[in-house]
Design a protein around this ligand. Structure first.
Ligand code: UFG
Length: 386
């Protein structure tokens, strides 16, 4: 049984969909029977989703253990998290620098902590890189997930929230996409995500005590409204919003818009951009759900998107308005492997998790710009040497 069983609150007592998670009486402190949440580190899967979720979980009264190999995250993030949550809540954060491929150390940690649940954020995520280095993707994404699942299971935890991706829908035939839409992977990165999902489905069929939430992220952007946490990719950004941000602060000369001949209203690709705070709240809602499910959740996938499709040119326009500058851009050929339009039907997550994204495109651009203008060179505060 879970270490701290919690009754499922009747619907009337549930928090409104967008409220921060409530504090959990009796969950604080270092009591060895206290509920613990394992949040496993980033290895490049939208680095800032993890840190924003940790802030919400600490504010919500959880004990949080972070495992991160700092492959694509700055050691300064921990200090910023502590600054945001304050000293008392900060005592419930335990950061371990460790690689998930290091199974013996991971097993020792699981034995020590006796986790109630785990949010597994880790994974490489660049499509182009995955085509060049498929084995690195299979090893890093699949082996690390196997290690996590086996170590958790060996130490009494059969509960996991997995950072999935809308990449498992491939090039969707119809939008908006619902959780029952066809699954298809169109590149090695996508295949690692799809195979991990399949592994979780097989696991839950083999053992109905396992509970797995597959959170299929759409396109996370923006930053904590304080401007203290945000995405800080190393090297040239692969993704649109960090690239636009770097053009705005003068680190890059202009944006290349990949393709202006798509069958979309302005010819550029359409995506479902979601504020990272909404995404973090989606994780907090998934944690609440899985801990309240009492071993009965099974394996469930949720789309974490807004339901709105936004084109590349609409992003450029909205970001220009937020930062008060023109964003120079040029049209370039389509990027291989890109889909035309990808956006979600998020109603299942709303119904099942009581969660809904509330922040607008304007909010996303404002918070992205606030982060960018306060941290033009990310956490390190200086240009990269290479
Ligand atoms: N784009 C540009 N110029 C750029 C970067 C992107 O025009 O410099 C365009 C793309 O062509 C696309 C849109 O902006 O139309 C969004 O591209 P991103 O790279 O920001 O995001 P993707 O939708 O391609 O992919 C992202 C992650 C994937 C993940 C997917 C869904 O990179 O890992 O979201 O989760 F699978």
């Amino acid at each position: 049984p879970p270490l701290c069983p919690r009754p499922v609150p009747p619907p009337a007592e549930r928090p409104p969909p967008h409220a921060p998670p409530r504090p959990f009486p009796g969950r604080t402190g270092a009591d060895s029977r206290g509920c613990r949440e394992l949040r496993i580190g980033t290895r490049r899967r939208h680095p800032s989703a993890g840190s924003h979720t940790v802030v919400l979980l600490l504010e919500g009264g959880y004990d949080v253990v972070v495992v991160d190999n700092l492959n694509n995250a700055s050691p300064r993030v921990e200090g910023r998290i502590l600054e945001l949550v304050g000293e008392e809540a900060g005592k419930r954060l335990d950061v371990r620098v460790m690689d998930l491929l290091d199974e013996p150390r991971l097993a020792a940690l699981c034995a020590e902590k006796k986790f109630d649940s785990c949010i597994h954020f880790a994974g490489y995520k660049a499509v182009g890189e995955s085509v060049e280095k498929p084995l690195a993707y299979y090893r890093n994404n699949i082996v690390s997930t196997l290690n996590v699942v086996e170590c958790l299971q060996a130490h009494g935890c059969k509960s996991i929230i997995f950072s999935g991706s809308c990449t498992v829908y491939g090039n969707p035939k119809d939008v908006p996409i619902h959780e029952g839409s066809d699954l298809e992977a169109i590149n090695p990165y996508g295949r690692t995500k799809l195979y991990q999902e399949e592994m979780f489905r097989d696991l839950c069929v083999s053992d109905d005590a396992w509970e797995v939430s597959l959170l299929r992220y759409f396109n996370p952007v923006a930053a904590h409204p304080s401007g203290r946490l945000g995405e800080d990719p190393k090297g040239i950004p692969n993704n649109l919003m960090p690239y636009v941000q770097q053009v705005a602060v003068g680190r890059r000369a202009e944006l290349s818009v990949f393709g202006n001949d798509y069958p979309t209203p302005d010819g550029t690709g359409v995506r479902d951009y979601i504020h990272v705070m909404d995404l973090a709240e989606g994780h907090a809602a998934a944690v609440d759900k899985i801990l309240a499910a009492g071993g009965k959740l099974g394996c469930v996938a949720y789309n974490l998107g807004t339901g709105n499709g936004t084109s590349v040119l609409e992003i450029v326009k909205a970001f220009s308005a937020a930062c008060g500058k023109e964003i120079p851009y040029k049209f370039a050929p389509r990027r291989p492997g890109d889909a035309t339009a990808v956006y979600a039907t998020p109603s299942f997550a709303e119904q099942e998790l009581g969660w809904k994204a509330t922040r607008t495109l304007e909010d996303m651009c404002r918070d992205q710009w606030n982060w960018a203008s306060n941290n033009p060179y990310g956490y390190e505060g200086k240009p990269e040497e290479n």
